[in-house]
Ligand binder design. Structure first.
Ligand code: GLA
Length: 392
């Protein structure tokens, strides 16, 4: 937990002069349990919000100027909120400016100006949606202060739009959805083709979710993320020539074993096979979780990792070493990479009595294989974005 007394003092120093009330908002990080790289293919995904996340301290200003800073990036950047151009600077302020821009684009020209100060206990750029947390905290705070009247689901869509159109990362909707709509002790089953969703009690018996950071930095926008999206679009258009009613690549999963009849490119075959089989794994994982069959759930996590490694090729040396170390560690019944991949975090299911031994063994094996030291987070599943002024 951040030292809120200190943060409060830092904020008052950083935001002098104003007499407006200080308001505090919280947006969690998220972990995706299963359903990876299919939220932009109309697939099913099963994320959960975490209890770690990002706090936004904020105080309204009357001069139309917003100022942005954070504990991690203390230098202040300022902007006139009625004149934000669609021009990313390539820095942290893009997330907030992107939200202002998206509100304006949807007709809310008078979002309030404010001093913003962010504090987080989420690792940055580690695949736990630190960016979506900043976006949702901003959107939720402006909506609340300015009485803009958007629902949380609207704010989820708007935040994805800010990320796609302003920041320039072509992500799906899973991260913003999980950060916005999370529910304590529940996983979410989201159908990304129509945004239907269901909360599933995450009753995992004696097993706990352990998130482990490879501590290998990744840059989503620099990574092969957009290339994978492009490959999926190409595969879909080729398949549509044979199956004209197909709208999303996850559909028609029964052709997965005979894709070479319809696709002439070995890479596209593997990408499509991942998408189709992953969607099926999410259905199976939903049944397993509902029936509290955790061993079965764990096997599906392992199969998901193998598919992401071999067919989708988004893991890499560090993620593979970290997951393999977990597969052989005490108390672990399943583990996989989570998020976009190419570095970032893994998620594992570990028996609660074995967590210390598990961590010791994984750390040793991973260090041996890569020279890097992993970080562990045993986080509970928490609520989505909200105001927490009274709690800090
Ligand atoms: C990133 C994106 C998500 C999703 C995952 C992969 O986290 O932001 O939309 O595509 O990668 O499942």
């Amino acid at each position: 937990m951040p030292d809120f007394k200190k943060v409060w003092e830092d904020f008052l120093t950083y935001s002098p002069g104003s007499t407006a009330d200080v308001r505090v908002f919280f947006a969690p990080g998220r972990v995706n349990l299963i359903g990876e790289h299919i939220d932009y293919n109309g697939g099913l995904v099963m994320p959960a919000a975490l209890t770690i996340g990002t706090w936004l301290f904020l105080r309204e200003r009357s001069d139309g100027i917003s100022r942005f800073a954070s504990q991690a990036f203390p230098s202040v950047s300022t902007t006139n909120v009625s004149a934000i151009k669609k021009e990313a600077q390539g820095d942290f302020s893009d997330y907030m400016k992107g939200i202002y821009h998206a509100f304006a684009h949807h007709g809310s020209k008078h979002s309030p100006a404010a001093d913003f100060y962010f504090v987080s206990n989420l690792p940055n750029q580690a695949g736990l949606s630190s960016s979506a947390a900043v976006e949702l905290a901003t959107a939720y705070a402006l909506n609340t202060l300015g009485h803009l009247g958007y629902s949380t689901l609207d704010l989820v869509r708007l935040s994805q739009e800010a990320e796609n159109e302003f920041v320039g990362v072509n992500c799906g909707i899973m991260d913003q959805f999980a950060v916005g709509m999370g529910k304590a002790s529940h996983a979410m089953l989201l159908n990304t083709s129509n945004l239907d969703y269901e909360y599933i009690p995450a009753e995992m018996g004696q097993y706990r979710l352990v998130i482990t950071n490879t501590n290998k930095k990744r840059q989503l926008s620099d990574s092969k993320y957009n290339e994978r999206r492009q490959e999926c679009e190409t595969a879909l258009s080729k398949l549509q020539a044979h199956f004209p009613s197909m709208i999303h690549l996850v559909e028609n999963g029964e052709v997965a074993p005979k894709l070479d009849r319809y696709l002439d490119d070995e890479v596209l075959i593997r990408r499509t096979r991942h998408v189709m089989t992953e969607n099926k794994r999410v259905m199976d994982a939903t049944n397993a979780l509902k029936n509290r069959q955790m061993v079965e759930f764990g096997k599906l996590l392992n199969a998901s990792h193998e598919s992401l490694r071999d067919d989708y090729e988004v893991t890499g040396k560090e993620l593979d070493a970290l997951v393999e170390a977990q597969w052989h560690a005490p108390g672990c019944i399943g583990a996989r990479m989570t998020g976009a991949g190419f570095g970032g975090c893994t998620v594992g299911l570990v028996h609660e009595d074995a967590i210390d031994d598990f961590q010791a063994q994984v750390e040793q094996k991973y260090r041996q294989a890569t020279g890097l030291t992993p970080s562990f987070y045993v986080s509970d599943i928490g609520e989505g974005v909200r105001e927490v002024t009274e709690e800090v």
